[in-house]
Ligand binder design. Structure first.
Ligand code: FAD
Ligand code: NAD
Length: 405
């Protein structure tokens, strides 16, 4: 009998954790398992704010996919171009691939909600290439300012606007707050010339945290020189900066050398353009993470939409959930091959921590609110645990975070 072909798309938290769990739990020669990813490396997307601000080398946030796979899983470096679930085919830039079982883990993309100019003039924080571009752009703005004659210096080169005060925006601001003094030293720029403005549409930052935790985070960042403009959506970006809405008919233009867009994510366009039904590129999956109508297709991570019925809202798109889903997907694939029943995905939410740079954070872990160094320590434990779950102690030793202050 032919061995079933399992095809995994994407080697992010969801896809790679599925592959690693399959290779741990499936017998030899039971299935042909292939994982496809556009890069030869996996990146810790949860560390991209650090690489973007320049506080962590992009090299540190990534590792070779092959280094965590054994001979049970075949890796193909290719960009997925389309999925034809009806005919069980995937088209990649390296050719067509067929499957008996498909796992889609193509992850997230930045969402600009059609706001004029953001696609062209703002920097995102969605992958290693974007992170490098943003870091290099900020450096180049400082370098340009330094090279201008004293009487002609354009201080707006040193203004950075960050759109969105969700987790990504706040974590990036935390890193930037630590990076600015280094940049000022490197480029002989007085710190008072640098302006960092966070623009948030909603009436508060980080609405999922209590007022005390939000006040802690905003107070901490404000002390480090970050300005907040709350309840003022970005409505346009231009090469000179951003326009924000301050009232019914009231607008303000903030001139800035750098505009960062950290105001939301969506699932992969490949999913949206496929014959798998989705909304904003997220697929409403069954409880066992399969697609209704396509029982051989699983969705893992940010492309999956799953309701938290207790809370009456969808589960957030997080690495924590993507990795937990991947464990269930691997077990369900083995169950299907063995002719057994699949099981329901039950998330075990442990909490969330939002970093404020390398040595501070806020969080709620196992129902307890934490701030400061203990929260920052907890964030590093979480970061290292994600490495451990995929690559064991060896990967933690190579890439882990041990700088506890
Ligand atoms: P991803 O991790 O995005 O992986 C998708 C993979 O698919 C990537 O390897 C990509 O290269 C590949 N891919 C994409 N398109 C193609 C294609 N066409 N062809 C081939 N390969 C392709 N969550 C937390 O739980 N905790 C945190 O602390 C946290 N911090 C975050 C910080 C930042 C700055 C950001 C942006 C997000 C953070 N998140 C965090 C959210 C978390 O990163 C995502 O929920 C998680 O990455 C989703 O995992 P995934 O496997 O679905 O997708
Ligand atoms: P988000 O959707 O959580 O936050 C985006 C923010 O941008 C919101 O506060 C929103 O009001 C604001 N916004 C939207 N339109 C705007 C506009 N026009 N102008 C100004 N502000 C605007 O997105 P995110 O922060 O990128 O997070 C994405 C996902 O990744 C979430 O599920 C989050 O939980 C997860 N994440 C988790 C962590 C962590 O656990 N530490 C870190 C980063 C991201």
């Amino acid at each position: 009998m032919n061995r079933p072909k399992i095809l995994i798309l994407g080697a992010g938290y969801g896809g790679l954790t599925t592959a690693v769990n399959l290779q741990k739990k499936i017998g030899s020669n039971v299935a042909d398992i292939t994982i496809v990813n556009k890069n030869s490396y996996h990146y810790e997307s949860t560390w991209l704010h650090e690489a973007s601000a320049g506080t962590l080398s992009p090299e540190k946030v990534r590792y070779d996919i092959q280094s965590v796979l054994n001979n049970k899983v075949n890796f193909v470096q290719a960009a997925v171009e389309s999925i034809d679930a009806t005919n069980k085919k995937v088209i990649t830039d390296a050719g067509e691939m067929s499957y008996d079982y498909l796992v889609v883990g193509l992850g997230f993309e930045g969402e600009t909600f059609g706001i004029e100019g953001l696609d062209k003039f703002a920097f995102g924080i969605s992958d290693v290439n974007e992170a490098r571009k943003l870091r290099d752009h900020i450096n180049s703005q400082f370098a340009e300012w330094a090279s201008q004659a004293p009487a002609e210096k354009d201080d707006t080169l040193l203004t950075i606007v960050v759109g969105g005060a969700g987790f990504t925006g706040i974590e990036f601001l935390g890193e930037l707050a630590n990076r600015i003094p280094e940049l000022c030293k490197e480029y002989d720029a007085p710190q008072e010339k640098v302006r960092v403005v966070c623009v948030e549409a909603a009436p508060t930052v980080l609405p999922m945290f209590s007022r005390e935790l939000v006040e802690y985070a905003v107070g901490y960042l404000t002390k480090k020189g970050i300005e907040f403009s709350i309840g003022t959506p970005v409505v346009q970006a231009t090469p000179e900066g951003v326009k924000i809405k301050k009232g019914e008919e009231e607008f303000e233009f903030i001139k800035a050398g750098t505009v960062v867009w950290a105001a939301g994510v969506r699932g992969s366009r490949i999913v949206e353009e496929s014959d798998i039904p989705s909304k904003r590129a997220r697929v409403a999956v069954d409880k066992d993470l399969r697609v209704p109508g396509f029982p051989e297709v699983f969705i893992v991570g940010d492309c999956a939409f799953l309701m938290n019925e207790e809370a009456g809202r969808p589960y957030p798109t997080t690495a924590q959930i993507a990795m937990q889903q991947a464990i269930t997907v691997a077990e369900n694939l083995i169950a299907l091959i063995e002719g057994k029943d699949t099981k329901e995905f039950v998330p075990a939410l442990k909490g969330t921590v939002c970093s404020l740079g390398d040595s501070d954070a806020i969080g709620e872990v196992f129902g307890k609110e934490i701030t400061g160094k203990s929260a920052s320590f907890m964030k590093k434990v979480i970061d290292n645990r994600a490495l451990y779950m995929v690559g064991g102690a060896g990967l933690v030793l190579k890439k882990g975070k041990f700088n506890v202050l």
